[in-house]
Design a protein around this ligand. Structure first.
Ligand code: SF4
Length: 178
């Protein structure tokens, strides 16, 4: 059993905008989100972190619902112009580093979380998926939240949280199931 007071203490030391404990069964898994991956994301079918490599939405849902708890974390960063995709994406490595710090905290507490994070995996220059090979770093790579069909907005609304905090504020989310 995890000591929540200790976890809260450690999370409070990180530059997180928010963190929230949620019940995985409260999450909305939707084929509509998957449709967006298929039709609007250039990374679809290019890494193991994205569909179809992650499996069907039903498969992803089952994977997430194996866990009793989910820790949702969020970071925010202000950029000069949110429409500048390069500036926006430049804020992502910091969020990923913080996600890994939270992973390490949980691991130190004896828990190995299943992590969903942001965008496609960029750990390798060329993803093994493209060559029909297994992922080289399955312990390090985090599939994208949306790849699992998770609709983040209702999850936030249930917690009384916003999706967007301002015009030029980049908001990233990770979900750590344990
Ligand atoms: S770690 Fe490498 S092989 Fe695995 S998903 Fe990421 S880019 Fe692809």
């Amino acid at each position: 059993m995890i000591d929540m007071a200790i976890l809260d203490e450690k999370l409070a030391e990180l530059p997180l905008y928010i963190y929230q404990h949620i019940d995985p069964s409260d999450l909305e898994f939707s084929d509509r989100i998957r449709w967006i991956c298929e039709h609007e994301c250039p990374m679809h079918g290019r890494t193991w972190a994205c569909p179809p490599g992650v499996g069907t939405v039903e498969h992803c849902k089952k994977k997430c619902l194996r866990y009793e708890n989910c820790l949702m974390i969020s970071t925010i960063t202000e950029v000069y112009d949110i429409a500048d995709i390069n500036a926006t994406l430049a804020t992502r490595p910091e969020h990923e580093a913080i996600t890994n710090q939270v992973r390490d905290i949980l691991r130190e507490m004896g828990i190995d979380p299943y992590i969903l994070s942001t965008e496609a995996c960029t750990l390798c220059e060329r993803c093994a998926y493209l060559d029909g090979q297994p992922c080289r770093f399955p312990d390090k790579m985090h599939p994208c939240v949306e790849s699992h069909g998770i609709n983040v907005i209702p999850a936030l609304e249930k917690c009384g949280l916003e999706f967007q905090y301002g015009d030029n504020i980049v908001t990233w989310f990770s979900f750590l199931f344990y």
